[in-house]
Design a protein. Structure first.
Lengths: 100, 218
């Protein structure tokens, strides 16, 4: 019965409140000036934590079949391949940056 | 070779090519996850555009994001996270045969989605008023950068596509309310609620990334 986990209302509210606290945190870290590039790292790290919480508990992946977790991971891996290969071009061009 | 019809007692909702209700549910959910994979890669292309242009024009992103209102972006984040919570509560209600709770939670979700779109509408019109349009229609001269239109093209494309997804979500949720009122969903069959929930949470996750990347560049 992997697909029929029923979360308690208390648990769901807890997850929601944790997400709201992290939302506050992601705004609050911009008030202290973190130097480049660490401000981006911190912002993305908090977003990753929030997304993991949503995927694990709201989207039930925690109790779901491992195959669905694998699907999510594969999409992330392929997105990273896309970014990685493209940046190998975009960051190391000898040509000037295009005007568009 | 006819199957013995007495072997498995099937619910009304189980289609003939599935063994039982659980298998049908798992198959639907996996299909939805495959669709979500395509959605992640769909938005992934736009995030890639964002990354490439940010690596080329880091100073532009700093200047231009100051023209986005952090307050309303944060409010919209809270609105979307709350709507994710109500969707999760709607699924729980369906699992527990709580007809009323299911409909109420879906209606709150629809209301929150509308609030999100209304805030987005005011954000857009405020920018249009000063000439901040995407691409070649950009006429605003308040940002001292030749390629200022690029940031806003990316902004409109990403938030616009996300907004379209919110509108689709509203449509799906209205459809769920109509079906829930007819009593279609119960603890044995709530697949449409579950997979619409998955879709809605993904839309939430995309906003979770869009908010810091567009509004909170400091």
């Amino acid at each position: 019965m992997s697909g029929h986990h029923i979360s308690s209302a208390k648990f769901l509210w807890g997850v929601g409140i944790a997400l709201l606290i992290l939302t506050f945190l992601t705004v609050a870290v911009t008030w202290i000036n973190i130097p480049e590039p660490w401000n981006v790292v911190v912002a993305v790290a908090i977003a990753v934590v929030k997304s993991t919480i949503v995927a694990a508990f709201f989207m039930h992946l925690w109790w779901d079949t491992k195959f669905n977790v694998l699907l999510l991971f594969m999409s992330i891996i392929f997105f990273m391949i896309l970014v990685g290969l493209t940046l190998l071009d975009a960051l190391y061009r000898t040509d000037p940056i295009p005007s568009f | 070779m006819a199957q013995p019809s007495t072997s498995v007692k099937k619910g009304e909702h189980v289609q003939h090519h599935f063994v039982d209700s659980d298998q049908q549910f798992e198959a639907s959910k996996m299909g939805m996850w495959i669709f979500l994979v395509t959605e992640i890669l769909f938005f992934g292309g736009l995030f890639l555009g964002y990354i490439v242009y940010r690596s080329w024009y880091p100073e532009l992103y700093l200047m231009a994001s100051e023209h986005l209102d952090v307050f309303w972006g944060a409010v919209n984040t809270v609105v979307l996270i709350s709507s994710s919570l109500t969707v999760a509560m709607a699924i729980r209600s369906a699992q527990l045969n709580q007809q009323k709770g299911l409909i109420i939670n879906l209606c709150i979700t629809i209301a929150l989605a509308f609030i999100f779109m209304v805030i987005k509408y005011f954000e857009y019109t405020e920018k249009f008023a000063v000439g901040i349009f995407p691409g070649g229609y950009y006429t605003y001269d308040g940002i001292a950068h030749d390629q200022a239109n690029i940031f806003f093209s990316i902004y409109y494309m990403m938030t616009g596509l996300h907004g379209v997804h919110v509108l689709v979500g509203i449509g799906l949720m209205i459809w769920l309310v109509v079906r829930a009122r007819k009593g279609h969903f119960h603890s044995e069959y709530y697949t449409p609620v579950e997979i619409t929930g998955l879709y809605w949470h993904l839309v939430d996750i995309i906003w979770i990334f869009l908010f810091p990347l567009l509004y909170l560049i400091d």
